[in-house]
Design a protein around this ligand. Sequence first.
Ligand code: PGA
Length: 242
Amino acid sequence: MLIAGNWKLFKGPGEAGSFARALAGAVDTAGVEVAICPPYVSLAAALEGTTGSDIQVLAQSVHWAETGAFTGEVSAAMLKEVGVAGAIVGHSERRQLFGETDETVARRVEAGLAAGLRIIACVGETLAERDGGQVEEVLRRQVGAVAAAVGAHAQLVIAYEPIWAIGTGRTAAPEQAQEAHALIRAVLDVPILYGGSVKAENALVLLSQPDVDGALVGGAALEVDSFAAIVEAGRAAAATKG
Ligand code: PGA
């Protein structure tokens, strides 16, 4: 069970450090893995704030090249030098707003894993794709691209994040999440997180689904109390799953 907080474009170094310290004091990580994913400039402060705790610090992306003419990008080796344990790759905001494709996502996943990072690769359909009956086709294509590049790597995690549920307050029904996760697992058998408006109130029922192995949390990860409550739900769900 992994509960990861995706901070997106929130929390500079000062806030990241104090938040990380407060979070480390507020969560019990026995039986659950906890990760926070700050912006690049806040990674060092978050690492310092989590020192002595089991909370992992991951970046929000990673480039496939080690060095080169790639303005605005950061390499796996650079992340490792800072002490970062892994990275999110292919979040739908990267795909929709910054031109990421299945191919660039697969390249980032492959390079990150090869460098020894843990990678959370994101997939998920748009509302139009769901309404058009294309969920299976889209997930098979997106997950298939990752599977073809790296297979069921031990450091790989998939996050299923239906785009219509991200930041909208609209969560996939537990059965919808379970159905999508089972489909993904049939293509690639690695831990699968659910993401999309996960909150303290809905976390337990989502995390209790048999093929839901954790959560990738956006908005509700920005407050210590709400994120800690989701971590608690993860602990409870993990305990009942055994
Ligand atoms: P949300 O974001 O929890 O705010 O919907 C999830 C994500 O984009 O990872």
